[in-house]
Design a binder for this molecule. Sequence first.
Ligand code: ATP
Ligand code: MG
Length: 494
Amino acid sequence: MTKQTTFTPSKQQQQLFDWVKNGTGSCILESVAGSGKTTTLLHAMEYMKGKIFYGAFNKRVCDELKEKVDVGVNVNISTMHSAGLSALKKQSRFAKVEMYKVNNIFRKLFERSDPVYKYQQQVVQLVSLAKSYGFGIFKEIEDEKNWLDLIIKHEVRCSNNPFNEDTKNIIKAAIECFDESNECSDDFIDFDDMIYLPLLKNIKPFQYDWVLIDEAQDSNAIRRELALRMLKPGGRMICVGDSNQAIYGFSGADSDSMQLFQDELQGTELSLTVSYRCPVDVVTYSQQWVPHINSHPTAIKGSVLDIPTHNMLQRLRISDVVLCHRNAPLLKTAYSLLINGTPARVEGREIGTTITNMANRFKAVKSFVDFINKITTATNKDIQDLRNEGKVTTADQLEDTLSCLLSIVDKIRNDGADSNHIGEAISKEVDKLFGDDVGDDVVKLTTIYKAKGREWPCVFWIKHKIDQHNYEDVRKLSYVAATRAKSELYVVID
Ligand SMILES: Nc1ncnc2c1ncn2[C@@H]1O[C@H](COP(=O)(O)OP(=O)(O)OP(=O)(O)O)[C@@H](O)[C@H]1O
Ligand SMILES: [Mg+2]
């Protein structure tokens, strides 16, 4: 039994439970938003025999699920990273986790005078992507074409032209860093290594009778491979996901991940098409992106309302959430709330780090006017170069970070910060605004990416000029945003 007692399964949920009890092999459960995927997996465990592994998308979800599952169930609820790390520790017991491992390797290998030195960020990004694609396992490390594919697909900030001298140097440096990263892996590991290295080193992960993968639509090559290697011979797997919520392509996840799992497993295909979470009006509204989502017969009517920004500021209450696919509109909203005395925080410490890194480029500048001019000119040039190369998503992201940074500089300048220490003042402000564990005592502002799998009674979605260049991304992001609402959805047009 799970700790939740008032659960009456739907026909579709019952079908899965029957398959667990009486079926064989594995299963792909393709389902709509809020249809109880996570809840169904939790209850399905009651019918499973042997050891169970539940692969959750992030640590926050793990913690929430551990609260809900009964102590009697023999389950390990974990992220794939933590599962990989446990396997790795069997062989590399003393390896130290070093988040900036590849940055350190880069600085060890290349001098400041080296022409590639200014491309550290690009090299580090490429090495990280190469690990998630399983270079050295599924793809040749030495083959430059594989690296160029990454540059183009992930819009890495360098030329797409393989004959461009800088691009050649970047690829060469990435291969060197990649090799060195693997070489020193008994001593140092980073986040990507946790899943990648047990596969590369052929370390057998802990074995389970059941492997359950939630949010399977956002898996990459190495996550899928680790999950498959965790199955005991004759073990069974359930992959649960919603292909229409596959929004992590930018980080190396495959948008057809559910299908790729199915190609491996040849499993029974089941589905959940009724949303328990969303009220009738939210479901009807979301059908413009996913026509087959339906509401439950007992669902409340709820509401969907278009409102302007100033109206959002009047309506927002502490328990509400504000969503947007970009950070700058979230930050501006946070500032407006704080000025009015409403506590507010943006989720994601790493967003703050990206902003601080951008600021660090001109940390020696000792005048606000100069700082703003320099950072704006340099970044706008990068943005223009990216647009010329057709790398529109990366250009938009850079524009977003610049916009955040300028809002912060504006604020600290108005607060009278010392222009001799602009960098420090920015860092301090960033720490105040961004956090990982944003409590329930503030208005929470978060990106749609971070909101995946979660729900709130009242959701404000800032539909900030959502990029028009990729309809598929817009469709999926809009669908994820709208379906977070359990009761009221406000679509904020700014
Ligand atoms: N049979 C059921 N009866 C009543 N409520 C249910 C049932 N199944 C799920 N729910 C409720 O529906 C809501 C959504 O469930 P859950 O978060 O498991 O959906 P999900 O499909 O995992 O969502 P997402 O697509 O966002 O990951 C939760 O509040 C859950 O308690
Ligand atoms: Mg879920």
